[in-house]
Design a protein around this ligand. Structure first.
Ligand SMILES: O=C(O)[C@H](O)COP(=O)(O)O
Length: 207
């Protein structure tokens, strides 16, 4: 098994996840369930015997808080952590703050699904997944991947769509394939990489 370890984890449930609101770059905190999910993520990683050499997170508190809670469980509260906006959630533009069911009533189920899950169609005033890939992938290649390839164990705590941008590349999904790839809150995905940066194996720590 390769020692090039990369763990991606979506933040625990946020207040706005619970209220079913488009969140994007807004900065709500975690709910009680979100706190529990973050701690559980840490425990799952600890139970696998994993420790980390560096962590990356976004500029948004739900991802930072998830990381902090998980690291406390792992027993590495002081781990070196780099924060960067390029790991932020995709900007939901004019949809930000709207209820997702209300949006479906207003624009129709299909249109809202296209805004949420299509690869290259952006919500009004916001970022498509393709736009998100365009800022998240260079950051991954320049800052995160070199650490993994050096054999450092890397933990990334970020968001549904900024992580889908990376998952698409790691799992070699097509624009059609990424449509169906959902990331649950607080569920770590453990990747082992080959020396050429392709994925040797991966495991979703759901349940
Ligand atoms: O920004 C948001 O609203 C969510 O975190 C992700 O939302 P989505 O599942 O609608 O893309």
């Amino acid at each position: 098994m390769s020692d090039r370890l990369l763990v991606l984890c979506r933040h625990g449930q946020s207040d706005w996840n619970l209220k079913n609101l488009f969140t994007g770059w807004k900065d709500p905190g975690l709910t009680e369930l979100g706190v529990e999910e973050a701690k559980a993520a840490g425990r799952k990683l600890k139970n696998l015997g994993l420790t980390f050499d560096i962590a990356f997170t976004s500029d948004l508190s739900r991802a930072q808080e998830t990381l902090r809670l998980a690291l406390d469980e792992i027993g590495q509260p002081e781990l070196e952590t780099i924060r960067d906006w390029r790991l932020n959630e995709r900007d939901y533009g004019d949809l930000t703050g709207l209820n997702k069911d209300d949006a479906r009533k207003k624009w129709g189920e299909e249109q809202v699904h296209i805004w949420r899950r299509s690869y290259d169609i952006a919500p009004p005033g916001g970022e498509s997944l393709k736009d998100t890939v365009a800022r998240t992938l260079p950051y991954y290649v320049q800052e995160i991947l070199p650490q993994v390839l050096r054999g450092r164990h890397v933990l990334v705590s970020a968001h549904g769509n900024s992580l889908r941008a990376l998952v698409m590349v790691l799992e070699r999904l097509t624009p059609e394939g990424i449509l169906k790839r959902e990331l649950a809150t607080g569920v770590p995905i453990v990747y082992r990489l080959n020396a050429d940066s392709t994925v040797e194996s991966w495991q979703d720590l759901a349940g």
